[in-house]
Design a protein around this ligand. Structure first.
Ligand code: TYD
Ligand code: MG
Length: 474
């Protein structure tokens, strides 16, 4: 077969060039040329459509009602937190992209999943990152070499996608793992591994393999510091499911979420802990993100968030220190910096808590990163508690979005969050007063409904001065 030709196509105007250049000579845009294979037009598309089809007409439309329902059969990975995020298991012929920062545990998770998937067939693990020996070492450490598992996972250290695809077509595994897309190349392109052209073409080939041969493909993608999947954004559009593994490398908790899922909800999360023998499922994820050690320390308030259908309690920490000179520092980890700035302003103008000249630090325990506005109130309370050096009761939970006027706004799923908090032993909850005036009733929990930040502060910091009950964190 003649070697396919590649062209450099401008992503802005579509012009084709023979060589890479920094600037497109047609439209003048910079850094927009991407190496792309010239593909023969697909003749099959225009061929007769088979029985019932008119020649040259392609597929024939069918009435929606006449279509057969097809709920995909799913292969369980044996890791229930992963299955949950996938929507109930891996769908044959689907392509899953697993993103995450280097060192977060992607290869570990996939090797463990591969072991679980061998219950239903072989798994081909293609690695361009590590040697086969390294994979074997890790498998030994994870205890995956016993029984048939060690037999049914086949490892190949290879980074040319064409060869990986042929190996898969020959061996017919149930699942192909490709670690990672940034190390993959196709022979027909000249660019280095990791370049936009290589990443995209490699992904396209793996898609073809998945759809054409019904093999599920899981692809690892490294995420850059700013949180984008390295390589083109188009990768996310191509694949069926995008998962991301998050957490702090120095901490042990990991959060797995789906940011796109054609076969399930994008709301479910999975919680893991990285330990000696790989990632293990966290038994009680609802309380995994409460640090707990510094009970009654000022600046710590527990909030309740909802990730999909799963309530999570999370410890919000604030530290306020007198600023030295120049503009004060505002550092946030796990919460949005703009949100922190806004809360500082609202606290100052609407609640009499002046932080204007202070250095302010905010943090979510356990390396969580959340965008839930319902965490506004615990964060604001944590900052006030730190400024006044007065702890908030350890058995108190706070939920609510803070508006610009200092008003508290309701959050979705309040009752579900409160029930979880009550189950874990929290006895007081500060929540936004609802417009209809009805607060949910939870057994064993005192619900304090307030309409603004000032009231909330009064209640939270007063609650702490009452004789302390037995905290739920002990
Ligand atoms: P890895 O899966 O290689 O990360 P990625 O593929 O996302 O780059 O995991 C990297 C880290 O996980 C490594 O620093 C060591 C740690 N680790 C454990 O703590 N326990 C284990 O059992 C394994 C296999 C790894
Ligand atoms: Mg890896």
């Amino acid at each position: 077969m003649a070697r396919q030709q590649s062209r450099y196509v401008c992503q802005a105007c579509g012009a084709e060039h023979l060589r890479w250049e920094g600037q497109c000579r047609t439209c003048g845009a910079w850094n927009t040329l991407v190496e792309t294979l010239v593909r023969e037009p697909d003749r099959k598309r225009n061929a007769p459509a088979g029985p019932g089809g008119r020649p040259g007409a392609g597929p024939v439309p069918q009435s929606l009602a006449g279509l057969r329902e097809s709920e995909p059969v799913r292969a369980p990975t044996g890791i229930s937190e992963l299955d949950r995020v996938l929507g109930g298991g891996l769908v044959p012929g689907s392509v899953v992209l697993l993103g995450g920062e280097p060192g977060i545990g992607k290869s570990t998770l996939l090797l463990q999943a591969a072991a679980g998937l061998t219950a239903g067939g072989d798994v081909l693990y293609a690695t361009g990152e590590e040697s086969a020996g390294q994979i074997r070492l890790r498998a030994g450490r994870l205890g995956l070499l016993d029984g048939t598992t060690g037999e049914r996972i086949r490892v190949v250290a290879e980074n040319e996608v064409g060869r990986i695809a042929s190996l898969a077509r020959e061996g017919r595994p149930r699942v192909l793992v490709v670690d990672s897309i940034q190390t993959m190349t196709v022979d027909e392109l000249e660019g280095p591994a990791g370049s936009v052209g290589q990443v995209r073409e490699s992904a396209l080939r793996l898609m073809e393999l998945a759809k054409g041969d019904g093999i599920a493909v899981i692809v690892v993608g490294h995420v850059t510091k700013d949180g984008t999947l390295a390589g083109p954004k188009t990768l996310e559009h191509l694949v069926d499911t995008v998962l991301s593994l998050e957490g702090e490398r120095t901490a042990t908790l990991r959060l797995l979420r789906a940011t796109k899922n054609r076969f399930g909800s994008t709301e479910e999360i999975g919680v893991f802990e990285m330990a000696e023998r790989g990632l293990s499922e966290v038994a009680d994820p609802a309380r995994a993100f409460i640090a707990g050690a510094n009970e009654h320390a000022p600046g710590s308030v527990v909030g309740a968030t909802l990730e999909g259908t799963r309530p999570l309690l999370v410890e919000v920490q604030g530290l306020v220190a007198p600023g030295s000179y120049g503009s004060p520092r505002r550092t946030a980890s796990g919460v949005d910096t703009n949100r922190l700035a806004l809360l500082i302003a609202v606290l100052g103008r609407r609640a009499g808590v002046g932080l204007g000249s202070h250095d302010v630090y905010a943090n979510l325990a356990g390396g969580l990163d959340l965008a839930d506005p319902g965490l506004d109130l615990p964060l604001a309370l944590a900052l006030a508690s730190s400024l006044r050096d007065k702890p908030v009761a350890a058995d108190l939970i706070a939920i609510g979005e803070v508006g610009l006027l200092g008003e508290l706004r309701p959050v979705p799923g309040l009752e579900r969050r409160l029930r979880e908090a009550a189950r874990l032993g929290f006895v007081t909850a500060i929540v936004p007063r609802s417009r209809h005036g009805s607060a949910p009733e939870i057994d064993g929990m005192k619900i304090v409904a307030v309409s603004n930040l000032r009231e909330a502060l009064g209640d939270a910091l007063r609650a702490a001065t009452e004789p302390p009950g037995r905290g739920p964190r002990g």
